[in-house]
Ligand binder design. Structure first.
Ligand code: AMP
Ligand code: FE
Ligand code: FE
Ligand code: ZN
Length: 283
């Protein structure tokens, strides 16, 4: 039987609601054979996930979803099997997380003018040391009764049109792809064709990313549009890129369910063959 592989999941080390242990348990419960733990800009969940998988049937691929920016657009790059002690990766992710913290405080400061919301309210919804993002602010807004769900907070108060949201520091995607390869990792472009973001992989940029070492495109993802997926399949063929599929599971933070999109075994094998910075956590 084909192995069930989901290469994009989040824990409470970033904006997921499951601890790494709960994430591993949920994956086993759902019948998966392999997951990648890909928290935003952090590897802090790797060790707990590795320990949780010992003696089970689940393989855990250590990974990360690196925040990058192309002009004004946020571009996410999945990174697998890199060296988590690589000095350049450590410095860059620390810089992004620090900027995320200042940015979140500034968003909350702006919000507090119009809504009863304090920084302490946000901290209550953030695990110590976690990569802070708008999801934590959204959870605090929900707890204070300003929105019904995390997603609704994103579509209402936190929507950029209301002016509270600010960007954080992020490297450009080409730099990020080079950084990941230099640390022995394997870069895959996350959800590159979401609504209103079809242009993330314009031809010129994609050619530069491929030259920098991009291995693949995350084609199977609930936020990629159908026309976007067709475009991605054509681009994957043209640039000889692998195609992945994954859930982008965030626990209760998003409706995404584990293994709602999956990755073929041969693709995972290719990622493992090219990832030299760390080894998969075998059960
Ligand atoms: P940030 O990291 O602050 O830029 O926020 C982006 C994160 O917010 C993404 O990684 C998603 O997990 C989450 N997110 C974005 N849109 C939504 C939504 N509509 N509902 C729930 N979570 C969302
Ligand atoms: Fe997220
Ligand atoms: Fe993402
Ligand atoms: Zn994600």
């Amino acid at each position: 039987m084909a192995r069930v592989i989901d290469l994009h999941t989040h824990s409470s080390v970033s904006d997921g609601t499951d601890t790494p242990t709960m994430l591993v348990e949920a994956a086993i419960e759902a019948g998966l054979d392999a997951i990648a733990i890909t928290d935003h800009d952090s590897t802090a969940g790797w060790e707990e996930a590795r320990l949780a998988a010992v003696g089970t049937s689940l393989t855990v691929i250590p990974g990360m979803e690196l925040s990058t920016r192309l002009e004004w657009r946020s571009v996410h790059v999945l990174a697998y099997l890199f060296d988590p002690t690589d000095a350049a990766i450590v410095a860059e992710t620390a810089r992004i997380r620090a900027s995320r913290l200042t940015r979140a405080e500034s968003i909350v400061h702006r919000l507090s003018v119009d809504y009863s919301l304090s920084w302490d309210d946000v901290l209550e919804h953030t695990q110590e040391g976690a990569t802070v993002g708008r999801p934590h602010i959204a959870d605090a807004l929900v707890a204070k009764g300003h929105a019904a769900t995390r997603s609704e907070a994103f579509e209402s108060i936190l929507h950029p049109r209301h002016g509270y949201t600010r960007p954080h520091y992020a490297p450009d995607p080409v730099t990020a792809v080079r950084l990941i390869r230099a640390a022995g990792g394997v870069p895959v472009l996350a959800h590159p064709a979401t609504e209103g973001r079809d242009a993330v992989v314009d031809d010129k940029t994609l050619a530069r990313l491929v030259e920098a070492g991009l291995l693949g495109l995350e084609v199977g993802h609930r936020e990629n549009t159908e026309s976007g997926k067709r475009m991605l399949r054509r681009l994957a063929e043209r640039y000889e890129l692998v195609m992945t599929g994954s859930s982008d599971y965030h626990g209760f933070g998003k409706p995404n369910r584990l293994a709602e999109f999956t990755t073929e075994e041969a693709v995972l094998e290719r990622i493992i063959a090219e990832g030299t910075g760390s080894a998969p956590f075998l059960p």
